[in-house]
Design a protein around this ligand. Structure first.
Ligand code: FAD
Length: 419
């Protein structure tokens, strides 16, 4: 079984805080290095799928997240003609399944609380740009001011989609998506309760509304609101804000009172990229979360995957004291699930965010109709719920979060990837 290591984690985001908590609880000596002076979340809200909820259960955070977040039972999308593009209910797959819309601040606070309790250390104000090797053979982090950290046996890169360190582990290249989005947190006026609701005009325009619950127990419920935008068009969108607001009210009248008080500064521009590390480790460096596999949030899986990565890495280190074997095992535990969602997300995004009229027509004609084939409906739901491990393969949330492997404390040979 495992032994305890000196581990540095780069980034106090979703994956970094989860990994630090789990690894510290398992007895490793853990230091997180975060670029910001105070670790903080950026952006609005996100969706925690049954997989992410199973992961949070293993972290002991599911109940507190569910208490603050908004339950999401359904994905519902209409095109500009009012035609149904999507109407998917988690309960059609399993009555016990649902997602949770959560504000990033609430998720970060819960992960931060568990991290602080675990006793792992944090160094803030370190922007890591490189890794060197000391005379003792241990890896050292180097920041943008030339500072060098103490030596570590394992470096976990959890620095997100724009990781500058993954080049040290893989030659895979990142590819930007044509469209990003502007996002804002807005009051939840019950426009679409328990629903991720979207409106599409061809694939050029996508408006989304996701209830995300409360930031704290005594604050008002919020929703995340987003609008597809090419990053290059952001300045024009800002100057034409009043006309844009009218366009939103026209396309989705129920949102008119929500956007009325907003200004362009209430929105954050998010850009998306596709990146998949062929092998998420090299030497003492392991990649997790968006540093290992970034994509557009079309399928809403990124944070969930970052949590699953953290659990798999912890389980692999628990299973063997051999670092090389553990990192290989981590990669194998996650490979099929990551590959499927990287492929599916890249394939699906142009149907919703692109200049292609053809793909939008195919989407409007086919997607909802395919639902009448029961097998396809289940596959669509499994994809949404984060359960797919291949084109025709899937796993349960507990299998993906390693709930059984944690309970049975099995060795390396038993930790064979599912799917
Ligand atoms: C608009 C938008 C909507 C999304 N919606 C969803 C959704 O509905 N569901 C879902 O599951 N996912 C969603 N995602 C994806 C999700 O946010 C990411 O997949 C997830 O946050 C990745 O976690 P991470 O830990 O890898 O990185 P992050 O959470 O991005 O954390 C990275 C951390 O590293 C720090 N850092 C970066 N560089 C350095 C450095 N050089 N040195 C030190 N520290 C550094 C950062 O400050 C940050 O704290 C969405 C993403 C976007 C942009």
């Amino acid at each position: 079984m495992g032994r305890s290591f000196d581990i540095a984690i780069i980034g106090a985001g979703v994956g970094g805080l989860a990994a630090a908590t789990l690894l510290r609880r398992a007895g490793h000596r853990v230091v997180v290095y975060e670029r910001f002076a105070a670790a903080r979340p950026i952006g609005s809200g996100l969706m925690l799928q049954p997989t992410g909820l199973a992961a949070l259960e293993r972290l002991g955070l599911r109940a507190s997240i569910e208490a603050l977040g908004a339950r999401i039972d359904r994905l519902h999308g209409l095109n500009a003609r009012g035609g149904l593009v999507f109407d998917l209910n988690y309960a059609d797959l399993d009555p016990a399944f649902y997602a949770i819309g959560i504000h990033r601040t609430a998720l970060h606070a819960a992960l931060w609380g568990a991290f602080a309790e675990s006793g792992a250390a944090i160094e803030t104000g370190w922007t890591i740009v490189d890794i060197g090797t000391g005379a003792d053979g241990r890896a050292r982090l180097i920041d943008d001011g030339g500072r060098t950290s103490p030596g570590f046996e394992l470096i976990v890169d959890a620095s997100g989609a724009r990781s500058s360190l993954r080049r040290l582990a893989t030659q895979s290249k990142a590819r930007p998506f044509a469209y990003g989005a502007v996002w804002a947190s807005i009051p939840d006026l019950a426009v679409a309760p328990a629903t991720l609701a979207q409106r599409y005009v061809a694939a050029r325009i996508m408006i989304g509304h996701l209830p995300v619950g409360r930031i704290s127990a005594d604050s008002a419920p919020l929703a995340a609101f987003f609008w597809s935008l090419k990053p290059a068009e952001h300045p024009a969108w800002r100057t034409g804000f009043d006309d844009w607001r009218k366009q939103v009210a026209q396309l989705w009248p129920a949102l008119a009172p929500v956007v009325a008080p907003l200004g362009p500064d209430d929105f954050t521009l998010a850009t998306y990229m596709q990146f998949t590390a062929r092998r998420p480790f090299r030497g003492p460096l392991a990649l997790i979360g968006d540093a290992a596999h970034a994509t557009s949030p079309q399928l809403g899986q990124g944070a969930n995957s970052a949590l699953l990565d953290a659990l798999a890495l912890g389980d692999a280190l628990d299973a063997t004291g051999d670092m090389a074997q553990a990192l290989d095992l981590y990669a194998r535990l996650r490979r099929k699930h990551v590959r499927f969602y990287q492929f599916a997300s890249a394939a699906m995004t142009p149907f919703f965010q692109s200049d292609s009229r053809l793909l939008a027509e195919v989407r409007d004609l086919a997607f909802h109709r395919l639902k009448i084939i029961p097998w396809l409906r289940r596959e669509m739901l499994r994809t949404l719920a984060g359960l797919k491990t291949g084109l025709v393969a899937s796993a349960t949330p507990g299998e993906l979060a390693g709930t059984a492997r944690a309970a049975s404390n099995v060795g390396v040979d038993a930790l064979v990837p599912m799917g």
